[in-house]
Design a protein around this ligand. Structure first.
Ligand SMILES: N[C@@H](CCC(=O)N[C@@H](CS)C(=O)NCC(=O)O)C(=O)O
Length: 219
């Protein structure tokens, strides 16, 4: 039982976007009801609440908040639990930059690669192109990540909420496309990933992702 909020969040245990929000929820020790949706795109009742029909969506009374970044910012703006923002404007800018790089330039190619997991019928040209895009964007994160314990400012921030699921999927997806050691050439990110997993909220979500991933792979 955490801090009572009366909020609920439409969730999927395997969604990196929902995982991002769960890290913020757990770190803040908020009591938010999680409602798992198997097929948000075709769920009519969900579509009436959230026309974008994408997971996650937070519901706080009459306020409906879609998009993981907006949800995380909203939770922090509510002022419940620990703050997940640094105080210094330069550190806030770094936090937002890391989240933007991951959202715009990493999640995109990673999503494309996710669609190519099955080797049968794999589009090799697309895979090569998206691996190149992903590798390039990872060098940007390598440049900007602080650490080793946290992404910025020596404390858990919204940048960690973003990075932890992203790095989980990066590490999972590499070996599926012939990159047994995905962190080669990314020593700062590797050290960061090994350190941040010891944070209770990050560790909990990583365990949830691991379990959901194993369930998916088992069919
Ligand atoms: N930019 C969105 C992405 C959300 C998203 O793509 N969610 C996926 C689950 S991982 C989804 O609901 N897909 C269903 C669909 O696109 O129809 C965010 O940050 O929340």
């Amino acid at each position: 039982m955490g801090i009572p909020t009366g909020m609920k969040m439409y969730n999927s245990q395997l969604s990196p976007f929902a995982a991002r929000c769960r890290i913020a929820i757990y770190a803040k020790d908020l009591d938010v009801e999680l409602i798992d949706l198997a097929d948000p795109a075709h769920d009519e009742a969900f579509g009436r609440i959230a026309p974008m029909r994408k997971i996650p969506v937070l519901v706080d009374g009459g306020t409906v908040v879609p998009e993981s970044e907006t949800i995380c910012e909203y939770l922090d703006d509510k002022g419940l639990g620990v703050s997940l923002r640094p105080d210094d404007p330069a550190a806030i800018a770094r936090m937002r930059l890391i989240s933007r790089i991951a959202d715009l330039y990493v999640m995109d190619p990673m999503g494309e690669l996710f669609g190519q997991i099955n080797p049968a019928g794999r589009d090799q040209q697309l895979v090569a192109r998206e691996i190149a895009e992903l590798s390039k964007a990872m060098t940007w994160l390598e440049h900007y990540v602080g650490g080793p314990d946290f992404a910025v400012a020596g404390k858990l921030t919204l940048a960690d909420c973003e990075l932890v699921p992203v790095l989980f999927f990066f590490r999972e997806i590499g070996p599926m496309f012939g990159q047994a050691q995905p962190f080669v050439g990314l020593p700062r990110l590797e050290a960061y990933y090994n350190a941040i997993r010891r944070h209770p909220a990050a560790g909990k979500v990583l365990a949830e992702l691991d379990e959901a991933m194993k369930r998916m792979m088992a069919g």
